[in-house]
Design a protein around this ligand. Structure first.
Ligand code: SF4
Length: 224
């Protein structure tokens, strides 16, 4: 049975994506293969981050307790990069077995198909496409884009006009069928300028999304 490097788990609202505002249990795993310029969870990626080794059944127990205590029905697996956990499909299946839906927040650099194929019920992927300001665009796994389904989400985190232009190009080229969000890097770009860009480029099928937790809590607060 696989083990996982769990950095933290907590119940909060989903701050972004199609489940924004809904209660979920978050499980954050250690480690990331990228180093985005504006990363707000760098602490979880450092080599010496404190973590607890958990088995699949221990994680399922945590989820079961949270479901009973808070009436929630969704677990968000995040990081770092959760798809680096080699037994992630085993965890997805165990959570599904106890009636819990799984959302995976992935950074767009790891193929999603092998995980989807090993999962009895396909998890909902919320995939980032890293834009130029992140410094990580060359690491994007482009073959993921045509694999995104209706139930998935593609998120472009934007810090500049150049980012917005690139997001529009990617949308034009790949025409994803999933929900698409543009989300500002907090403090780096004005959301109203993003709305103007959406109007200018006729992005009528794209949603602007502000990260709710940045407005509810201190932007640097952890575990919320
Ligand atoms: S992929 Fe996510 S966790 Fe990794 S460095 Fe980028 S923002 Fe941070």
């Amino acid at each position: 049975m696989g083990t996982f490097k769990l950095v933290e788990s907590f119940v909060s609202i989903n701050g972004e994506g199609r489940f924004a505002g809904e209660l979920a249990l978050f499980m954050r795993f250690a480690g990331c293969n990228l180093q985005c310029d504006w990363c707000d969870t760098k602490w979880a990626n450092s080599a010496d981050v404190a973590y607890t080794e958990k088995t699949v059944s221990q994680l399922a127990d945590i989820a079961k307790s949270a479901a009973e205590e808070y009436g929630l029905h969704r677990v968000t697996l995040t990081g770092g990069e959760p798809l680096l956990q080699k037994d992630i499909a085993e965890l997805i299946n165990a959570l599904n077995d106890i009636g819990i839906d799984v959302e995976i927040e992935t950074n767009g650099s790891v193929p999603i198909v092998p995980v989807a194929e090993k999962s009895g019920v396909r998890p909902e992927f919320t995939m980032d496409y890293k834009l130029p300001s992140s410094g990580m665009e060359s690491r994007m796994c482009l073959e993921n884009l045509p694999q995104l389904k209706d139930s998935d989400t593609l998120k472009f985190v934007c810090a500049s006009r150049e980012d917005l232009e690139r997001a529009a190009e990617v949308l034009e080229e790949y025409k994803p069928v999933c929900k698409v969000y543009l989300s500002p890097v907090f403090g780096r770009i004005e959301p109203k300028d993003m709305v103007e860009f959406m109007k200018e480029k006729k992005l009528g099928r794209v949603n602007l999304q502000l990260q709710l937790h940045k407005f509810i809590w201190d932007p640097n607060e952890r575990g919320v």
